[in-house]
Each structure stands twice: as C-alpha cells, then as structure tokens.
Design a protein around this ligand. Sequence first.
Ligand code: PEP
Ligand code: MG
Length: 883
Amino acid sequence: TKWVYTYGDGQAEGGAEDKNLLGGKGANLAEMCNLGLPVPPGMTITTEVCTWFYKHDRTFPDELPQQLEKALDYIGRLTGRTFGDTQNPLLLSIRSGARASMPGMMDTVLNLGLNDDAVKAMAVDAGDERFAYDSYRRFIQMYADVVMGLDHEVFEDILEDEKARFGHELDTDLTAQEWQQVILRYKQIIIDELGEPFPQDPVKQLWGAVGAVFSSWMNARAITYRQLHNIPVDWGTAVNVQAMVFGNLGENSATGVAFTRNPSTGENQLYGEFLVNAQGEDVVAGIRTPQSLTEVARLEAGSDKPSLEKLMPDAFGEFSAICGRLENHYRDMQDLEFTVERGKLWMLQTRSGKRTAKAALKIAVELAENGVITREEAVKRIDPASLDQLLHPTIDPRAARDVIGSGLPASPGAATGEIVFTSEDAVALAEAGRKAILVRVETSPEDIHGMHAAEGILTTRGGMTSHAAVVARGMGTPCVSGAGSLRVDMRTGTLLTVAGPLGKGDVITVDGSSGQVLKGSVAMLQPELSGDFGKIMEWADAARRMKIRTNAETPADARAASSFGAEGIGLCRTEHMFFEGDRIVAMREMILAENEEGRRAALDKLLPMQRSDFTELFEIMKGTPVTIRLLDPPLHEFLPKSDDEIAEVAQVMNVPVDRLRERTDALHEFNPMLGHRGCRLAVSYPEIAEMQARAIFEAAIQAGADTGEHVVPEVMVPLVGMVEELRFVKARIDAVAEAVMKEAGQQIDYLVGTMIELPRAAIRAHRIAEQAEFFSFGTNDLTQTTFGISRDDASAFLDTYQKKGVIDEDPFISLDIEGVGELIGIAADKGRKTRPDIKLGICGEHGGDPLSIHFCEKLGLDYVSCSPFRVPIARLAAAQAAL
Ligand code: PEP
Ligand code: MG
C-alpha cells in the first residue's frame, strides 16, 4: 500500500481530487504544486494510516518507515538539506489535515528536527543566533506539550521567571545567551516532570509528532467538533510533513492569511492581514496587531502601518496573481496562508473560504455572472438554512453592545422595543404604534396575539423547541429563550438583570441570532431581499419543480409569505384564528355549549368573523391555492382556566359559574393530543364544520367578486384515520357548498382533501383517496403518532437521546425518513393508485427543513408548505433537490 504522497517543485503524487485520502490541506498543497506555485516541498501521510493506526492499537503499518524515509530524502533533495544532519539540517512542520476542515481542533508541531547541534547550524545559517535559540525553545515547548503531554503553562512560568531575572519586559528582549538559559531549564523540567529527557534524535521526534497528530483525532475537542459538524469518525486525518519556511527571519520576512474576497461582505477585493518578522501563529494569536495586505484596506482601516503591497511589492505582486489563479482554478473564493522568507513567497495553504450568508450570495452571483460557474452551481452553493440570517434586521456589527444577559438564539434577527410582561400590553403598545418586547418566564398558546404584536420575545425558561422558540421562528419574530441569568418578577413587574432591575417601558434589544439581551436600542442593518438574494431566488425558481406554499392564517403572515415568494397557502390553521380579541370568548362559548342550540348561537357569532378572515386571505393570495383546515383544536388550549376567564364566559352564556366549571371539568381530557380533536369534533358536532364550510364558500365568492380572480378553496379535514370519517365530513361540506351555490346562484369550484397525519391514514390511503382530492402530510402529528412521542413533551428526553447518540436528529425538526418517511411513501403510492392525479403536499414543520424537502422531491410531492420566513429557504432547498 502507498501510505505516503510527496509534493514539491512543480509536481505532486496527489491532487485536489484526493481529499479523502490526503485530507483537505494535503490535497490542496499537492494541487498547488501541480499548478507550479511556490510550495515548500513535503509529504502527506494518508488518512488510511490514521484508520490503520486506530485499528491496530495505535501502531503504524510496517511499510510506513521506509516510505517515510524515502519521502524525507525527496524533500531533502529539493531543499538541499538533510533531515537529522547537524551541519545543514532539514527542519519540518507537522500538521493535521482532515477531509473537512477542523480549525484548531488537532495538533501541530513546528521546527521539528532541532536539537542541541542543529540549533547551532541554524544560527550560522540564519546569521542570527537569537532567532535560532528562540526557534529551539519554541519547538521544545510545543513538542513537550503536544507529544509528551506536559502542559505549556509550566514553560510559560519558567519564561516569566527568567524574564524577571534578566529584567526584561518582552520575549523579544531576550538575547541568544538568555534563551539558552531558558532552554536548559525547559529540558530540566521535562526530566523532572516526565522522568525522560526531551528527545535529541530527530527521527524519534518525527515519529513522536506523527503519532501525536494522529492521536489528536481522538482528543475531546476534535470529538466534539465532529459531533457538531456531523463529521464521521472513520474519515481520519492525514498528517502533513513539510519543509519549514520562516517568516521570522528579519524585516524582509513575513507571514499572513488572506481571503481572495471579503468574507463578510463578499466584495471582490483581496482581504487579509500579515505580520513582518513573525511565524503563522503570531498572526492569529493577536499579540501584535496585524497589518493590511493592500493599500486600499490600509487606507480604509486608517492605519499608518504600511501594507504588504507597499512594503514588499514583489512578494505582494506574486501573491495577488496567485490569488487570482487559485480562485479561477478552484472556481471559488479561497482562504490562504503564506509566508515570505527573506523576500521569497511561499504558499502554505489554500481552501474554500468560510463566509457569511450575505457574502456567499454575492460571491456565487458574481462568479455565475462572470461565467466562472453556472447558475445551477451558484444555486447549489448556498446553504438554504443560512438564508435565515438575511431575512431579519440584524445588529450592526460596528455597534457597541451593552449586554445584560443571554440565552438561546431561538429565532434569528434582532429587535428593539419597550419591555412588556403581558400579551395584552404587547397588543396595546402595538396598537399605539409603539414597539414591544414581550418578556415572559415562558409562553403558551394564549400568548399568540401578544407574540404577534411584539417585535421580539424574551423568555427566561425553555429551550430551542419551547413554545416561544417554535412559534417565534414560525412568525419570524426574533426570540431569545431560556435566558437563565435574567429573572422575571411578575408581582412587581420587573426584569432583574446584572445591570439592575428593568421595568415595563424600559427599552431593550433582543438578538435572536446570538442569544444576547442588550440594554437600550442598537443600530440595525435592514434585510436586503433584492439584489444578490433576489437573483439566487430567481435562479432557484427556474430550477425547482415543487411549488412552495406557506402555513399562514393571519393577513400579516400571508402578506409576508407572499413577499417571500409563497405560491399559495398550504395550511390555514383555523383554530389559531380564534385567539384574537373577543373571539376567544365566542369560541369558548361554542366549546362549552351544552347542546346544539347553544353551539349554533355561538357559531352564528363566529361565522362573520371567519368569512371576513377567509375573504382577506383569498384576496391577499390572489387566486393562488389556499388550503383551509377545519377546526383542529386540542381542546385544552381553549378552555378557560382562571376564575376571571370562567366568569367572563359564564356571563356571556348566561349560565351560573358553577355549571360552567362543571362543564369545563367534564371536558377535561387526559390525553388531549389523542382526544376530541380534528375530524372527531366535526363528527360529533357537524354544525362546526358546516359553519366553517359556509364561511369558506361565501368568502370565495366574495373574494372572487372583489378581485376578479378565480378562487378555488381547498377544504382540508384534519386527523382522519378512517375513510368513513372523511366520507361523513365531506358529505356535510358538499351539502353546504350546494346550498351556498344555490343561494348565490353561482358555481363554486373547490377541493376537499385530508391531512395524512396518522399511521392508519397512511396505510389506508387507497381508501381515503376515494374521498380525498388531495393529501397534505401532517408530519408533526405523523411523527408524534408513529413514534408514540408527545410533540409537546419530547424535547426533554430527545435531548438526552441526541447526547447519548441514540438518534442523530430531532425527528420533529428533520423528518425521520426511514420510519415516518416510509409511511409517507406508502400513502403517496396508495393514494395515487386510487386517484392518479391526487395532489400531494406536506404542511408539517418539516416542510421548511432542507433535508426533508429533498425527500419530498424524491417522492414527487406537488408542494411543500412552511412558515412564512422559511419560504425562501424552501425555494432554495427545493431547487437544490431538483438539480
Ligand atoms: C401536523 O400535524 O403536521 C400539522 C401540520 O398540523 P398541526 O401542527 O396543526 O397539528
Ligand atoms: Mg396535525
């Protein structure tokens, strides 16, 4: 087996296509060599060695030493030096390099090969004794830390001690002789602490370092990073062994990092920093302030330190030409590392640069418009989830932040407003044209109207899937949840913070992108939906097959969704329409009525409200399909709870409070999610479905007349498990349609369909399709009922499941393709068998999740429906799925 690949002097044994074998760094170093760029010669020990290493009790393959030796000879030939030689020693850098970049997670050793003899040769060679001994002590320190496991702090302590003894302030003040003293103490402490000396044999050093880098694949940091970024453990890392070049050989040496374009704005200008007379680590360490690469950037930063362009025009000229070449070659923005050793430029790394969502759009659009990549490639390059960052106002990164607490970044974007502690106050403030931040311990469905009215939401309890987080994300309202360092005191109406108590009316800012809570208002940047964003969306739309609809019931949501490009409403949850204003009272009256007559009285009050709601929605949606779902309330969310609420309803219904309380108690359910909800309600009380159907049809006629559009409502029956349920409810809907048509003297086109959100419905879909003209997969309930996991209580133990590796992803967020997905596939097939042209869509939360959207494309669904702020994400994800 070939375990070692060399590169240098315009050629390499590998190339960019060998990422899996050579890791990202190794493959790109090889590629740069192949391009003829100046790269210090080196070798890459493959990721397969890493796999072997772990399979064989942390040992190496037998052929490795010989291959390594050969590669060292090769590097030696190209550099004119010899590894282990005392006169002309070859010094090496040893770095990790996995397939996916894992910045800073694994170990590095520099200056390897130095020992008591080589350091003398280095001093002569460099003409700088001080430099040589400084390099040697850095090497000892790094090696002892990384390979021998001796904490670097013991060395820091010695260094501080010696500096004090010699009366020096800075490391750079130490002379060669003083460094030698430090080195003596370094070597001694290694013996004292570890009982073995620092190895003088370069070969021993090399094997130690290579083993340490492979071992660092399993260090705690790396393991955590892999988990966070879904990097499989069996990928392994490669080890790059490369001839050292020195950016710290005096004033004509330098080292730096660069991006071929600005990584935060995407602007097409070389962007980066460097330090004169420094090693790579010094640039990132932030001890010295780095200088700008270009004159333009220097002027912008208002710095009086010269740019590389000015200081080393030749090296800079070569570097900027290489940047252009690499960007064209890789057809993407690159992130580079370089060193200038005595005026000579060396390239140490290139890779695709990380960038903000905004920069990603700009770069993809520019590359496509310049013909470097196709529009499809541009569409494929944008991470759909990252668009979320762009749809909301964000805090100006230049603004000062007065942070008074922090929690989870539950819903992105930032909002400023006055503190309110109740939903009523939020509504009142909004009605007065002022901005509110709703501050609660946690929120419940009764807060919906307050959450709608608020600019931002802050809770002190609850996680990423708490009510506040989920609802806020759906609404696109910035939210910080679970800010445990803050306390809400409802009694006194105060928010207790480290900066003292704040009361109603005090202004705060919540940053739902970072989780921070700030005092006062902060400068914001507004979202930019035209420009690059608009272009990518346009290209995505050209590429996708599925339609994108939205889940919306309020006019504001419907408008927002339309502006984001929604092509219809896939789910209007009518029960949500009853939390507004005094509707809740009529709703409660209806639920609590003791007989049909009482219910009808309440329904008569609700009918005009529903009719005008639907009319408005139809008008906003301008003739695109609108799916309205019949009432599907988990009843408990509607029952009056407090004495005040019960008294209010009792008065309206004109019944004694006690009677009403009895009725509420009678309606209590142990398991409301599996209780009297969905179509069960319509079967028990058909008059409710009839009222809603009437409101829908009358609204369709009205909206049609108002707008001149042909409105074709889609009436959706929830929680159907048996075809007989649907048959029963559909008959009522059809009868109402008939009646309304007769009254209006006009034809109405409409569809009746059902949610598929119970396993039985999926399995019996061929029968259900006899009655249903469309299916909409309700994957929230389908996930809940397939797993038998309560969607409202799951986060507590699903978190544990994820931590313990039992599941990778929360199935309520990303569709369980193997299980729930299989049911969807079965239902789609069976439904199509009965009714080949049956319309299929999805309206559970998964309709806005990119991975789930890919699955929907595979099944050939007609549309996905998601919350308004996810519409652009869904448009892009659907395009990527189709490409
Ligand atoms: C579903 O169950 O997936 C669904 C969309 O309905 P709801 O979330 O309203 O139960
Ligand atoms: Mg449901």
